[in-house]
Write a protein that binds this ligand. Sequence first.
Ligand SMILES: O=C(O)c1ccccc1NCC(=O)[C@H](O)[C@H](O)COP(=O)(O)O
Length: 267
Amino acid sequence: MTETILDRIKAYKLEEVAADKAQVSLAEIEARARAADPVRPFARALQAAAATGYGLIAEVKKASPSKGLIRADFDPATLARAYEQGGATCLSVLTDTPSFQGAKPFLTAARAATALPALRKDFMYDPYQVAEARSLGADCILIIMASVSDAQAAELEAAARDWGMDALIEVHDAAELDRALRLDSPLIGVNNRNLKTFETTLDTTRQLSRAIPEGRLLISESGLTTPQDLADMAGFGARAFLIGESLMRQDDVAAATRDLLRDPVPA
Ligand SMILES: O=C(O)c1ccccc1NCC(=O)[C@H](O)[C@H](O)COP(=O)(O)O
């Protein structure tokens, strides 16, 4: 079977986590998590925004494996404030360094600059990373079904719950969605990016939207650029979005965010 980008990321991430654990014990990371700023309600904020307009998880993203450097002028706190001024509901902050030029302090800085709940956008395999996410201030973690077993997904979700955090469950196809729906989280992210080709097609959200049951919030992720994209996705029941690149490429991030959220299709 061909190795995917996720396989490559998983291999170095497991090494990274082992090295982190050797440096900072689980007991120490848990103590830091207990001392962190209280959790902000990530899922609740998105559900409320989606009920009346659009919920936006705005991503603080410097670079990506598919596009290389996206934004050279990159200050996480300034960008987070711009997203908040533009009307974003939540933040997503990449903390992975090798593939996204992210960093753990970016999450703490971005969240501290705003009142918005924040997602730690990283590749999660171990409850240690969940405690670490909380210690950095995260309010939500990402669980990528393509990269974990059912048992690992349940373990990560339980760890998030134990810390009072939410979990965004990300899927790319019907089989992953089926597995995701065995978890409890109301947040289901459909990623429009094919991780083998890096191509994005909004058709992925359209196809999977039919299988999202009542009570789960469909979040369309990746490749969203225009208000028309959001309106099209809203037509398939997606009233929440995770957007990075198209906003990160704008000179005036606050104005671009505001423009994107203007005139939502009525709920
Ligand atoms: O962005 C990538 O190239 C990428 C490659 C491999 C795994 C994940 C990747 N992106 C993570 C994301 O889910 C996106 O950053 C997020 O959905 C925002 O997407 P976009 O609006 O297209 O930047």
